[in-house]
Design a protein around this ligand. Structure first.
Ligand code: UDP
Length: 358
């Protein structure tokens, strides 16, 4: 299969601004290549693919980023800036896709979804968020009625945000196991990983660490600086240990030294890459029972699921974290979320979308 992949029009690959999509894209490229498919990736200027993905052709496009939908009102109209990166990537994608089997879109935006109705090339969409925009959800509903095989979701609970999707195609996500080393660190610090933005609920994890008289190690891009400094000021100085945004390799090495990852989403997290990355290093995860993490974590086996927003409930599970066998965390990832498992699911789905378009 020849696949042309459109990345997210927010930040270059490697910047962290695109959130989990950056890693998901690389995992998918790696899985598709190892299954023998041909892959072309269209991404913002300065993007780099992970090492090992050199066989994919990378096309770079310059232009203005989209505004991310999680930071707009649900009823905001679609906006497209002058010299739009999204438009540039789509133009390149449509051109390349004339000679390909499918155009695979990973951006959560109105325009590529609308295109599905208006060009002969099959365009398949990995929907990377829950319903964050009325205008996009309404469009998905309209396109789904005609092209039910052109949408895939990361988790069942994410797809539930789109109630008109009767039979959601669930592809999960994939992680290159070789990139994560198992560490049996039973006495390490507590970790939190993610974009520092309100929908990620960092303040609840800091509350838990502070109650225990510990520091919380925090990795990720400070997407919302004002929010970050507000949290910092509401706890004793030094409670947050800001570790910055690291490459996957550096991150997994540090994360593996931690005794647990706290995951505190305030929104319907589509999947939650960081949850699986922690598990891959042998780090159990304590998460709110909300969104993707509630489908990933096996309560009592690979971590604990906590009543949403109940910080004291989270605290009580931190106190019994040593009951989780760290080996089981890694084993779950091996059995359920390798790049090969992921790429196979995606290929099966794309074959359906391609067949239906004939
Ligand atoms: N991440 C990273 N380095 C860091 C912190 C985070 O590469 O220092 C990546 C992490 O690997 C994950 C992504 O940021 O792939 C966050 O994705 P997630 O699905 O958890 O949330 P999203 O940002 O997509 O809402």
């Amino acid at each position: 299969m020849r696949v042309v992949l459109i990345s997210t029009p927010i930040g270059f690959l490697g910047s962290g601004k695109g959130g989990g999509v950056e890693l998901t894209l690389n995992s998918l490229v790696s899985g598709l290549l190892s299954l023998g498919h041909s892959v072309e990736v269209i991404a913002p200027k300065n993007s780099k693919l992970y090492s090992g993905n050199e066989k994919a052709t990378l096309y770079l496009v310059d232009g203005e980023d989209q505004i991310s939908w999680q930071h707009q009102n649900y009823n905001s109209p679609v906006s497209i800036p002058e010299n739009s990166l999204l438009v540039g990537m789509l133009e390149k994608g449509l051109d390349l896709a004339k000679k390909a089997d499918v155009l695979l879109n990973m951006s959560y935006d109105w325009l590529p979804i609308w295109m599905t109705l208006n060009v002969d090339i099959p365009i398949a969409h990995i929907i990377s968020m829950g319903s964050e925009s009325s205008v996009i959800s309404n469009l998905i509903s309209k396109v789904y009625a005609k092209h039910p095989y052109n949408f895939a979701f990361h988790s069942k609970i994410q797809a539930d945000d789109y109630p008109f999707i009767k039979k959601p195609i669930i592809i999960g996500n994939g992680f290159k196991l070789d990139n994560y080393t198992f560490q049996n660190s039973l006495n390490g610090p507590l970790a939190w990983v993610g974009r520092v933005a309100p929908e990620k609920g960092l303040e609840d994890a800091v509350y838990v660490a502070n109650k225990l008289g510990e520091k919380l190690k925090v990795w990720g891009v400070k997407e919302d600086e004002i929010y970050a400094s507000k949290i910092e000021q509401s706890f004793p100085k030094g409670t947050i240990d800001w570790m910055g945004f690291l490459s996957t390799n550096e991150l997994q090495e540090e994360l593996g030294k931690c005794r647990a990852l706290l995951n505190t989403p305030k929104w319907n997290e589509a999947f939650g890459n960081v949850v699986v990355e922690a598990l891959a290093c042998g780090v159990p995860v304590i998460a709110y029972k909300r969104g993707g993490p509630s489908e990933i974590i096996q309560h009592g086996e690979t971590g604990y699921l906590v009543d949403p927003d109940d910080k004291n409930n989270m605290l009580s599970y931190v106190e019994i974290i040593e009951k989780i066998e760290r080996k089981k965390c890694r084993e779950w990832v091996e059995k359920n979320a390798s790049t090969d498992i992921f790429a196979n699911k995606v290929v099966n789905w794309l074959n359906k979308a391609i067949d239906e378009s004939k």
